[in-house]
Write a protein of this length. Structure first.
Length: 200
């Protein structure tokens, strides 16, 4: 059981293992593993970042835990989020996805994912290079409390604008910042969280 009382004012919670974590990281076993081993770790590669960008878009309006628990089904349905393969999906594939109970069956989001794969496939320089070009340098310090974690930043606003200019969909500034947090472009683990800081 996670104790939420000792460090609540900082946004940290202490788990049974004695580790202090960000307020959301110890709420479920799914979140604990994701928080400790994935969230905020640097991710590069066009396909890997396309997956994260797609899942952030599917998360819009929903809880991230819903997407996290469905991630294996998403990966199977979208052929591992390999850009070249998703870009070649047909209307029959779109219909298949809309009939798949393992994923979020939202036609606008499904269509946006297929569209975004086609845009990414034609992107000069690749998706990873484009997204990482908006990572702030130097890296901002870790937030000292939950209140200091932003929803958007100038970099995420610029990223969303650039992605929309390229033709990507479902890429607003808030979604862009969530992507930056999840893929290690920023380190928003709270100060005092046991997860080691990302090396500069």
């Amino acid at each position: 059981m996670t104790d939420t009382s000792p460090l609540l004012d900082t946004g940290l919670v202490v788990g049974d293992d004695g580790h202090a974590r960000c307020f959301w990281g110890g709420s479920t076993p799914d979140y604990l593993g994701y928080h400790d081993h994935e969230w905020g770790q640097p991710i590069c590669g066009d396909d890997a970042l396309f997956e994260r960008m797609s899942l952030e878009a599917f998360q819009s309006g929903l809880s991230w835990i819903t997407i996290l628990r469905k991630r294996p089904a998403f990966r199977a349905a979208f052929d591992g989020f390999r850009i070249d393969r998703v870009a070649a999906f047909s209307e029959a594939d779109a219909a298949r996805l809309m009939a798949d109970p393992g994923i979020v069956r939202n036609r606008m989001k499904v269509d946006a994912t297929l569209h975004n794969a086609r845009v990414a496939a034609d992107l000069a320089g690749g998706l990873s290079a484009l997204l990482w070009s908006f990572a702030p340098s130097p890296r901002p310090p870790r937030p000292r409390s939950r209140a200091e974690v932003p929803a958007t930043t100038p970099e995420s606003i610029a990223m969303a604008k650039a992605l929309k200019k390229q033709g990507f969909k479902f890429v607003g500034p808030t979604t862009a910042y969530a992507l930056m947090q999840a893929t290690g472009m920023v380190d928003d683990h709270l100060a005092g969280c046991w997860v080691p800081p990302i090396a500069a």
